[in-house]
Design a binder for this molecule. Structure first.
Ligand SMILES: NC(=O)c1ccc[n+]([C@@H]2O[C@H](COP(=O)([O-])OP(=O)(O)OC[C@H]3O[C@@H](n4cnc5c(N)ncnc54)[C@H](O)[C@@H]3O)[C@@H](O)[C@H]2O)c1
Length: 318
């Protein structure tokens, strides 16, 4: 199958492309390389342009037609939540603009199947175990663009006969192949590793939450498992009974910040003990995905454990 993968040279997209190639599919990538690394997808067709550009829909139509694309996985998005608070107009323009271009291009080229990268950020400050019908109250413009993206995708699917699945990723970490590792220092695992490597103490924000060890609990999903979920969705899309479906993608199991920090310290010699700082505003005590929908409908579940995530992240260090 020929699959257009937007954001394919990013961290998650490159894993999806690798799995597509492994099973004989042909990914075609669009990425503006603002955050992408072309070496991750060396040898694959890579078209470099900004999807939010006014002429992007036309370029996509030609590309999808020329390459006989059958399905699209749309990952490309600006994703720094704190930056989105500083630049809300740009985040909405970029992320909504890119998705609009993708859907316009699909309609013009007659492509019907779309997987959309959403995020647990749509749940905002929700606490506890959340399922797909839990309230969606994003707390920053980044999360808003994901929720608005789901709405746009759902409306376009209904109006134009598309089949769309939106995947709400939880905390993505680890690496399937060392050369595809997450190079940004934005999430807990890379932040702790970065501190350890630079001889700094890892930081824990708050240890007085109502959780077993007092630190925040999150649902960490291995990027390889997440990439697998996209393949399962891709295969199911042509027979999808509804125009738009939404799935949480996590493990259903929580791990605490201390679990992650101590797990990494055990794996890296001479790591300093963590320091505890005050809570950060807006951090809920515990958020874990209910993953029963994707398991029931598609038979997908995360095969990897937290140990697999930490082993792979440590092994990928330069
Ligand atoms: N990493 C996570 O923990 C996480 C969690 C939830 C959701 N997501 C979503 O998953 C997707 C992929 O995330 P990632 O971690 O691989 O990020 P990433 O930044 O590594 O990859 C995104 C890619 O998209 C490209 N891109 C962004 N905007 C573009 C545009 N307008 N035009 C063309 N290319 C553009 C970037 O250059 C980059 O290569 C994003 O939509 C993100 O919001 C990620």
């Amino acid at each position: 199958m020929r699959v257009l993968v937007t954001g394919g040279s990013g961290y998650i997209g490159a894993h999806i492309c690798r799995l597509l190639v492994e099973r004989g599919d042909e990914p075609i990538i669009v990425d503006d390389l603002a955050n992408g690394v072309p070496e991750r997808v060396a040898g694959l067709p890579l078209h470099e342009f900004d999807l939010s550009d006014p002429n992007a829909a036309g370029r996509l139509e030609r590309l999808m037609t020329d390459e006989a694309v059958e399905s699209v996985i749309h990952l490309a998005a600006r994703k720094r939540a704190p930056e989105s608070v500083q630049r809300p107009l740009w985040y909405h323009q970029q992320n909504q603009g890119a998705l609009t271009s993708v859907i316009e291009g699909m309609l013009a080229a007659g492509v019907q199947n779309l997987v959309f990268s959403s995020s647990a950020a749509v749940y905002g400050d929700a606490a506890g175990t959340v399922n797909e019908t839990s309230p969606t109250v994003p707390v920053n413009p980044y999360g808003e663009t994901k929720l608005a993206g789901e709405w746009l995708a759902a409306a376009a699917a209904l109006a134009h006969g598309l089949r769309v699945t939106s995947l709400r990723y939880f905390n993505v970490a680890g690496t399937g192949w060392p050369e595809l590792a997450d190079t940004a220092v934005l999430n807990l695992v890379p932040m702790v590793l970065d501190a350890i490597e630079h001889g700094r103490a890892p930081q824990i924000y708050g240890d007085d939450y109502a959780t077993p060890d007092g630190t925040c609990v999150r649902d960490y999903v291995h990027v390889h498992a997440l990439a697998d979920a996209h393949l399962a969705v891709l295969d199911a899309l042509p027979e999808q009974p509804l125009p738009h479906r939404v799935y949480n993608v996590g493990t259903g199991v929580g791990a605490s910040v201390r679990d992650v920090v101590e797990g990494l310290r055990r794996r890296v010699p001479d790591a300093l003990p963590p320091v505890t700082l005050p809570r950060r505003p807006g951090d809920p005590a515990a958020v874990v995905a209910d993953v029963s929908s994707i398991a029931a409908d598609l038979g997908w579940h995360a095969r990897h454990t937290l140990d697999d995530i930490l082993d792979s992240a440590v092994a990928a260090r330069p």
